[in-house]
Design a protein around this ligand. Structure first.
Ligand code: CTP
Length: 408
């Protein structure tokens, strides 16, 4: 009973691979899951409501304007009921509907009204999959937070060979098993994370400050991704403005000193990500009144170094988070500088981004990141939306945490 009591809502789309949903349902039922199904109009061309009901022992939902179905469980409650929603097969047409937020039938309405994780299982002809329109839709859907499995390479029902074949029921089952195992352990261990983000401001007087170009977006996206994995997440944010889900705690700060104080107050955590672009220096003296032109000689602002939050967390023997990750904003020698940051600051990961390029990094929705861990392993994340990169980073950090032998 590997998936005992997991509630899974399966939406069956209109493609020849739809018949495989029956195998998946059998596998899930054998392992203790509760299943409800929504059969789309085109899905009905390939499987019948009767076969679904026979296997699930539950009504097959088809129509948004079905009085009996609404009386039993309305479409909003259907999505609330589920622990995860699967769309299989996800056709090219269905993907395009999701990208524009259509709510034209029961399936699309349930998905638009849902805040649950949704796993899309694409299946289509290779040329349809590789078409620029589908690939553009894929990017949008990944940015919306949809999860994907496949498509795989192989021979398709149309006789062609290539990428587009639906993942097998076994592969989907393994994905779900891994997904729920992780969710369960995160919940059982009550995992907590903190993320620093945004710039800091170091005031010279009440109106002037030293700061930088950081928008804080990458850090916020990482917090959202960690939260989606079930990790209780606190964000300590320098001046920036992003909306976060209500279960993420956000502490707004201004200066590096305040950020450090709030970090200390948020300990202990299992995972810390320092994505803030903390100002390296602060004025030695902050004047209470606006500095007048005549008061200042050229070159006379005296600065001193701010304490390093990432280094504090990494070297903090008393309550060191098991995983500490930092970012490196570099304009040159990205890998070399990051490796020396890992060594000097004793952190476990550095995610380095090149801030010399205008269309990625600071103040952009996109990023291109190189991940380096303390063993010197390097992984490149090509240019993508910050939200997409955040999901990858959150997964890697959680996997590393769960791999930690001393942790289990
Ligand atoms: N960092 C921090 N506290 C500071 C300075 C930096 O926590 N006072 C963290 C950042 O959040 C980031 C990492 O250190 O995770 C690296 O920041 P970066 O600005 O790239 O490097 P610096 O250590 O400031 O070094 P340099 O500016 O010389 O590259």
């Amino acid at each position: 009973m590997e998936l005992k009591n997991k509630k899974i809502l399966i939406i069956i789309g209109g493609g020849i691979a739809a018949y495989k949903s029956l195998d998946l349902i059998r596998l899930l039922k054998k392992n203790g899951s509760e299943i409800k199904t929504i059969l789309t109009k085109s899905g009905k061309e390939f499987v019948t409501p009767l076969s679904l009901t026979t296997l699930t022992r539950s009504k097959t939902y088809e129509n948004i304007f079905d009085q009996d179905a609404e009386a039993e469980i309305d479409h909003i409650a259907l999505s609330r009921w589920a622990d995860i929603i699967i769309v299989m097969p996800t056709t090219a047409n269905f993907m395009s509907k999701l990208t524009i937020g259509k709510a034209e039938d029961l399936a699309t309405t349930v998905l638009l009204a849902s805040d649950k994780n949704v796993l899309l299982v694409p299946a289509m002809n290779v040329r349809m999959w590789l078409h620029k329109a589908t690939q553009a839709n894929l990017k949008v859907l990944q940015d919306f937070g949809y999860l994907f499995i496949g498509p795989e390479k192989g021979e398709m029902a149309c006789g062609e060979f290539g990428e587009g074949k639906m993942s097998s029921p076994r592969q989907i089952f393994s994905y779900l098993k891994n997904y729920f195992d992780k969710k369960d352990i995160v919940k059982k261990k009550n995992l907590k994370a903190l993320v620093t983000t945004g710039p800091t401001r170091e005031y010279l007087d009440p109106v002037r400050y030293i700061s930088n170009e950081s928008s804080g977006k990458q850090g916020y996206e990482i917090a959202v991704a960690l939260n989606k994995l079930g990790i209780k997440t606190t964000v300590i944010a320098g001046p920036s403005n992003y909306k976060t889900p209500k279960d993420i705690k956000v502490k707004k700060v201004t200066s590096a000193d305040e950020m450090m104080l709030n970090v200390k107050e948020s300990l202990p955590v299992d995972l810390a990500v320092c994505a803030a672009a903390v100002a390296d220096f602060k004025p030695i003296l902050k004047k209470n009144k606006k500095i007048k032109k005549d008061e200042i000689e050229s070159n006379s602002i005296m600065l001193k170094k701010n304490n390093d939050i990432l280094e504090f967390l990494s070297k903090n023997n008393k309550s060191r988070p098991r995983i500490v990750a930092g970012f490196a904003a570099e304009t040159d020698n990205l890998t070399k500088n990051s490796l020396s940051k890992i060594k000097n600051k004793h952190c476990d990961f550095i995610f380095a981004n090149d801030v010399s390029k205008k269309n990625i990094g600071f103040n952009s929705d996109y990023n291109k990141v190189t991940m380096i861990d303390k063993k010197g392993n390097i992984k490149h994340f090509p240019k993508n939306k910050k939200s997409f990169i955040a999901n990858k980073i959150a997964q890697i950090l959680l996997d590393r945490l769960l791999d930690d032998r001393n942790f289990n």
